[in-house]
Design a binder for this molecule. Sequence first.
Ligand SMILES: Nc1ncnc2c1ncn2[C@@H]1O[C@H](COP(=O)(O)OP(=O)(O)O)[C@@H](O)[C@H]1O
Ligand SMILES: [Mg+2]
Length: 237
Amino acid sequence: MPLVEIRDLWVSYGKAQILEGVSMEVEAEELVAVIGPNGAGKTTLLRAISRVAEPRGSVFFEGQRIDHLSPVEVVKRGIIHCPERRRLFPDLSVEDNLKMGAYLRGKDREGILRDMEMMFSLFPILKERRTQDAGTLSGGEQQMLAIARSLMSQPKFLMLDEPSLGLAILVRKLIADTIKGIKEDGVTILLVEQDADLAFDLADRVYVLEHGKVALQGLPKDLMNDPYIKEIYLGIV
Ligand SMILES: Nc1ncnc2c1ncn2[C@@H]1O[C@H](COP(=O)(O)OP(=O)(O)O)[C@@H](O)[C@H]1O
Ligand SMILES: [Mg+2]
C-alpha cells in the first residue's frame, strides 16, 4: 500500500478548472518530485492535499481517506506543507517561528527544545540569527527556516513547494543536501520544483504536470533521456 494515494483529483477556482483528474502515488520513504511549467497546477495539488483548497476525487493517507478533513486534521496526521515563497511569520523571531512549527505537539517542552537544537545544528546560521525577526533574513536563510519549521512538527509526509526558488546556486545546493538528509531520516517527501535538474537529482520518481494533468511519469534516469523532457525541461534553469 502506498503511503499517499491520489485518485482522480479535480480542483477548480470558480469557473477555472485547475486540476483535471490527477492520480499519483507516493510510497513510504520515497521522494517523489512534481515538475511542470508555471501555472500547471503544482501548488494547487499541494493545497488540495493539505486541504487549503477544496478537491473532488480522493486522497488516501496510510490507507484512509483524508480529502474531507480540515487543514488542522491533515496536519495532525503528520502531513506538512512547506509553502511556496516560505510564508514565515516575518515579525516573529527565528526561534518563535520554529516554536510555531511545533504548536501541535502541545506540552512536549523538552522534546521541542531538543528538536530546536537539532535544527540549529542542521542550519548553524539559524542559531546565529535565533533572536532576529524572520522577515530580516536573506532568501536562503528564510528557506532554511521554512524547512526547519516544517520539521519541528515531526512530519511523516513533507510537501515542499519550490524550495529552490530564487536562491543562489550554493544555497540551492545546501537546500538540496538538506532534503536528501531529511529523506535519509525516513521522511516521505513530495517535492514540487521548477528546476527539473534539481528534481531529477533528488527524486526516486518524477511526475510531469502540465495543464492540470499528469503528462508523463517515470524514473529520473528514463525521463532524463526523453527527447521531449530534454527539450522542454532540462538545462534551462
Ligand atoms: N486562489 C486562486 N484563485 C484563482 N486562480 C488561482 C488561484 N490560485 C492559483 N490559481 C490559478 O491556477 C493555476 C495554477 O496555479 P498553481 O497551482 O499556482 O500553478 P503552479 O504552482 O504549477 O505554478 C494558475 O493559472 C493560477 O493563476
Ligand atoms: Mg506553484
